[in-house]
Design a protein around this ligand. Structure first.
Ligand SMILES: [Fe+2]
Ligand SMILES: [Fe+2]
Length: 293
């Protein structure tokens, strides 16, 4: 099989398995993409972890703990996929801690109140599930397969987040204000989440059918599904231009792409602290890994 044949095969909806031949470029792009996903699941638990001890009730504590465990489990599953493609997990972690590998923009920001817990579980997970659902059709079959389990769990996280938000917006004025304030801070990063609106045919991830949709399609889907829900709760979004056009296409203020670039290259407001925490735990628990090995 040549690279041209391979490209035609995946573009026609064909899938490949771990042992199949694949072009070097495809493998390299796949590793980078899947590794970033795994890193994001792993780093994504840190902002939420900060709130386990501060959860307002036992039920909320249990739900948040379960969500955090799910996300760590996602990281484990996805690092396995990367390992099958030839990059050991220890190397992924080394690259992550050394700042050589990326993780999603939304996990570089601080959390300031319990309102953040609701907004993250509801809307950050919602933005993520839009991308992850599109990976169910990924040309790399092992990745597409594990996405089924992951998407199922993510949809549960969204319900948990929505429940936290609902409880707060129907509570005291102060509680409602905490959600609104969190939403105002998270909206920028959420709008940047799916990336710059490059046409999908110029996006190598789409060309190789690692992703099955373009960035803008994903953002539109997110807006279409969630903005009406946010408005329905009487909450506002900090973008005066945000509206659904007559053609069904959402219009919005251009997201801050410089901020996105700065943040994902490791210069976010909490990047260093979170990597430091991860490093400390890896060292602290080295004895467990040794004992198990
Ligand atoms: Fe996850
Ligand atoms: Fe999740």
């Amino acid at each position: 099989m040549t690279e041209t044949d391979f490209l035609a095969y995946v573009q026609a909806g064909g899938q490949v398995e771990a042992g199949d031949w694949m072009p070097d470029e495809y493998r390299a792009r796949l590793v980078k993409f899947v590794e970033m996903h795994a890193n994001s699941e792993l780093m994504g638990v840190l902002p939420e972890r900060e709130w386990i001890l501060r959860a307002p009730t036992l039920q909320r504590k249990l739900a948040l703990t379960a969500k955090v465990q799910d996300e760590v489990g996602h990281a484990q599953l996805i690092y396995r996929v990367v390992e099958d493609l030839g990059k050991p997990r220890s190397q992924c972690l080394d690259d992550l801690l050394a700042g050589r590998a990326k993780f999603h923009n939304v996990f570089h920001y601080p959390t300031r109140s319990w309102g953040d817990v609701g907004v993250i579980a509801w809307l950050v997970d919602a933005a993520a599930i839009v991308s992850q659902k599109a990976l169910l059709k990924c040309s790399y079959a092992p990745y597409a397969r594990i996405m089924k389990k992951i998407c199922w769990e993510e949809s549960f996280h969204i319900l948990h987040g929505r429940d936290v938000v609902l409880a707060m917006v129907t509570g005291t004025d102060e509680q409602r204000e905490l959600v609104q304030e969190a939403l105002d801070r998270w909206w920028g990063p959420l709008m940047q989440f799916h990336g710059t609106p490059i046409p999908r045919d110029d996006d190598q991830m789409y060309v190789w059918r690692i992703k099955s949709q373009g960035n803008e399609e994903a953002r539109q889907q997110f807006l279409e599904s969630y903005v009406p829900q946010v408005w329905e709760l009487g909450l506002t979004l900090p973008d005066p231009k945000l509206r659904r056009g007559d053609d069904g296409v959402w219009e919005y203020t251009e997201p801050d792409w410089d901020e996105l670039r700065t943040v994902v290259t490791g210069h976010g407001p909490r990047t260093l602290e979170r990597l430091e925490l991860r490093r400390r735990f890896l060292e602290q628990e080295a004895w467990v890994r040794e004992a198990v090995a």
